[in-house]
Design a protein around this ligand. Structure first.
Ligand SMILES: [Fe+2]
Ligand SMILES: [Fe+2]
Length: 177
């Protein structure tokens, strides 16, 4: 099993809540009702948005720590990158096209949640859909979060596409269908 996949699976495990270095980066955000409330939005089948942002944040943290980059901002940006409060699959014109619009919604909500944000965190949020949105991230940590997001989204998508993968994956993260 690759290191990245191992870290991804670990992101579903309650053990990461005891990782002091990770939790020191995100705890103040993670325990807010705004972030915890993302649990009610489905991302892919049994995987909800709170789990998705936790995975993206944890992978970004691990990669940036390994590279000795700014893992603190990467972890926080990962938590905030999909902070929008609607079901993206609903056919509601106010949030279509979702892929293009939701980084802006997330940035607005993140500013409301945190007050002022630093430039790097803002860039992580607003550019995470690159290259769908054509302007690339400005910071290396924003690239990492954008890549971690794609990695996690692909893993989550497999869950919807392959029953065989889904059964194996749910078992490895302690979920039953
Ligand atoms: Fe997103
Ligand atoms: Fe995402």
């Amino acid at each position: 099993m690759g290191k990245l996949y191992k870290a991804y699976l670990l992101s579903y495990h309650p053990e990461i809540m005891e990782d002091r270095q990770f939790m020191d980066c995100i705890a103040d955000l993670f325990n807010t009702p705004e972030i915890q409330g993302l649990e009610k939005f489905e991302q892919h089948l049994l995987i909800n948005r709170l789990q998705h942002i936790t995975s993206v944040s944890y992978l970004s943290f691990r990669i940036c720590r390994k590279l000795r980059w700014d893992w603190h901002t990467a972890a926080r940006g990962g938590i905030l990158h999909d902070l929008f409060y609607y079901d993206w699959r609903e056919n509601d014109r106010s949030h279509r096209p979702h892929g293009y619009l939701h980084p802006g919604f997330a940035l607005k909500n993140a500013r409301e949640l945190c007050g002022a944000l630093d430039r790097k965190t803002e860039n992580i949020i607003i550019r995470h859909m690159w290259p769908l949105t054509p302007i690339p991230p400005r910071y290396k940590e924003a690239f990492i979060v954008s890549l971690a997001d794609k990695y996690c989204a692909s893993r989550e998508l497999y869950v919807s596409l392959s029953k065989k993968y889904r059964i194996r994956f749910y078992k490895s993260i302690g979920l039953t269908e």
